[in-house]
Design a protein around this ligand. Sequence first.
Ligand code: GAL
Ligand code: CA
Length: 338
Amino acid sequence: MLPALLACVLLFTGCENRDPEKTETVRVGVAIYQQNDTFISNVVQEMERLAREKEGESLLKINLSIADGQSNQTLQMEQVDRFLDWGCDVLCVNMVDRTAAAVIVDKAEEAGVPVIFFNRQPVEEDLQRWEKAYYVGPRGEQSGIFQGQIVWEQWQEDRERVDRNGDGVLQYVMLEGEPSHQDALLRTEYSIKTLTNAGVLVEKLASDTANWNRGQAAAKMSQWHQEFGSQIEAVFANNDDMALGAIDVLLEAGVAPEEMPVIVGVDATAPALEAMAAGTLSGTVQNAKEMPQVLMDLALSLYAGEDPAQAADLTAEHYVWLPYREVNRENFRSFQEE
Ligand code: GAL
Ligand code: CA
């Protein structure tokens, strides 16, 4: 079996640990928007690993059940209902449609089951419907600012290479994530704002959504490459998979790494760090590395009925904000070793 496939099978069958010494079982229902998302599947795999680790060092049995929403909010609602019927102790929800959180908060409250949203941020009013509704994630604008900084540094240090036509203006294309995702909106806005605030003149050649997806990004980039060719001086991608899709097209077209535009992504996935080593990707942003740990800590503390503020750094009672980290040509090797 392919290693990736094997990992999925292990991941989605859950792990039955029948150790008779275990005295307590915690049931955590994890609903994700789409299993087929590189970043989210990494988060879930790491949660699985942490759960096994925690079991190894305590008398707790942690039953982590994962449901794939397949980008369908109706399906995800059914999955949440099933988790509640199953008697789960805590819900972790990565919403398909982040504007639909109110219904889930109300269901959770009725069942008395704390709910932790992550990565796809509900609106504030929805979180405030119940004291046991939380959100764990980073502040999207920070990732955009880091992208802007990475490009700005290269614009400063390597102007001749970056500003190919020498007009003093940065011509760029933007590959956007899902249309209403807070990270897509904020990265698109703040990456460019950071450059213009620093006094760089920019010109947008094209932008479109590619839904975080490598194949869709490749399709867009292929059109833009035909239309604009070497006029493209920078490619801003709202995540690494889309940046890699753009790189796929340029490599396929025979563009050498040193001839490529500046290309930036977000997530710092393993393949993105490899692309940095290969000199194709110019930079990325590590996305809330602490998320799986914080989700597990918070879930277990809520299960135990403890004060969640002891387990996580809560802001305004409902939010746990996690950091992004800039990954550039100087420091990327230290991220590869993590
Ligand atoms: C973003 C991440 C994307 C995608 C998305 C899913 O934060 O950068 O790659 O995983 O979340 O909601
Ligand atoms: Ca230019």
